[in-house]
Design a protein around this ligand. Structure first.
Ligand code: 5GP
Ligand code: ZN
Length: 112
């Protein structure tokens, strides 16, 4: 399977890691849309939020526990945004589940 984020997990494509354990990886977005822009992904390939189910969704709780920790480490004390784009209408360009952490400035309130 030709998945960009699976290649990043395997180290075949370099990334700037901010957190890693046996289940997940967090790294800086190559095209940041805010002063802090981090992507958090499961190491298991899951297509997106639309592919979550009772069997594979436990990793999402782990991701969110670490998002809180990562945001603190990044100094995002005044808040931040977590976004997951899904499918074509959602603007998902990489079909491997990921959560964007955006912060470091007052973000646009426009959601769509
Ligand atoms: P999506 O548009 O699917 O929600 O988010 C994909 C994100 O991956 C985009 O914000 C894009 O900038 C980022 N991205 C795409 N290719 C790479 C890459 O090779 N390295 C890193 N670090 N980020 C990437
Ligand atoms: Zn993948």
């Amino acid at each position: 399977m030709d998945c960009l984020f699976c290649k990043i997990i395997k180290g075949e494509i370099p990334s700037t890691k901010v957190y890693e354990d046996d289940k997940i990886l967090a790294f800086r977005d190559i095209n940041p849309q805010a002063p802090t822009h981090i992507l958090v992904i499961p190491k298991e390939h899951i297509d997106g939020v639309d592919a979550l189910n009772e069997e594979n969704a436990a990793v999402v709780a782990h991701i969110f526990a670490k998002i809180a920790e990562i945001a603190k480490n990044e100094g995002l004390v005044n808040g931040f945004r977590v976004v997951s784009n899904v499918g074509e209408d959602g603007g998902q360009t990489v079909r491997h589940l990921h959560f964007h952490i955006l912060g470091g400035k007052k973000l646009d309130t426009q959601m769509a």
